[in-house]
Design a protein around this ligand. Sequence first.
Ligand code: NAD
Ligand code: TDX
Length: 332
Amino acid sequence: MANILVTGGAGFIGSNFVHYLLDNTSHRVVVLDKMTYAANEKSLEGSDPERFELVRGDIADRDIVNSLVKDADAVVHYAAESHNDNSLSDPSPFIHTNLVGTFTLLEAVRAYNTRYHHISTDEVFGDLELDDPAKFTETTPYNPSSPYSSTKAGSDLLVRAWVRSFGIDATISNCSNNYGPYQHIEKFIPRQITNVLSGITPKLYGEGLNVRDWIHASDHSSAVHTILEKGAIGETYLIGANGEENNITVLRTILRLMGQPEDAFEHVVDRPGHDLRYAIDGSRLREELGWTPQFTNFEAGLADTIQWYTDHRNWWEPLKAEVEAKYAKAGQ
Ligand code: NAD
Ligand code: TDX
């Protein structure tokens, strides 16, 4: 049994990972989370208090970070400002959390010689053309587009430098777009599901031809756990499940699964600088570490996710009016 410190464990992917660890290992889990607008304490309800603790605090706060890292056997770093649209309206929290926060954690794991796994995104590579057959690999050059993705790219480069200069025990993973339970309703899939459930017309940016490579959050968790246990120190692994779909197809599928006409949506103002396509070549993780995803049928995963939001109105309904008011101001 080990003590695992999970930053950002009250957010979407972090809370899925906490449930994964509690259900599949005997580890003790401490979550450090600032409880921003993106966090939800309800996402961690039911966690065994003998093996789980939630600490409210900022990853850029050196004292709290040092006190928790000192007692941890490993740190898995999910905490971030994560939404591209927010980074376009105010980049400053992205600099603070994604860059200064990551720096603070790196200094702590360096001081206490602690195993560190860094969670990142495929958006650090920029985007691919729609008609380009290429996919991102571990050697694709960094070319981020937005304030969000540039701060994630910067945080990855800090980790690489701390490995090279100070010899910290770190691994990095870059994952594609996640979907599943506990995702904030500002994001594409849960926004549209909860729009339908609230009687609001779903909103598609531009023509909706942009492609995202979808993976279920539960598969992301099993991949991170595999890397934590078997990954080579200093290495980067891309995580993906061959889930490429364009946005209009995803939206039509959601509408069909929810018993609505497939054209019951409206086109709204496009995202400035909108990345065209992301696609992950995840063969290294599969071949070297033997990981495979469980959710290989995207439509079945979407149906489960629709069911989860239908069954958990009390989780998202209090947030809905504020999220939609913010989008309405931007014409989205
Ligand atoms: P999220 O926005 O749902 O959750 C982020 C969590 O971090 C929240 O609980 C928030 O309170 C916490 N947090 C923010 N600032 C903090 C700070 N200064 N100190 C402590 N806690 C803080 O994000 P998510 O979608 O779950 O993403 C988690 C991680 O996964 C991020 O690093 C993100 O870049 C990465 N990622 C996300 C996706 C995706 O599709 N959502 C894909 C690949 C990688
Ligand atoms: O209402 C919407 N309508 C719409 O068409 C919203 C919110 C989004 N979109 C489009 C924009 C994107 O092409 O859907 C696609 C997905 O949008 P988001 O859910 O905002 O995700 P994305 O910008 O692709 O980034 C996500 O995946 C990579 C996560 O938010 C990041 O944290 C992660 O790094």
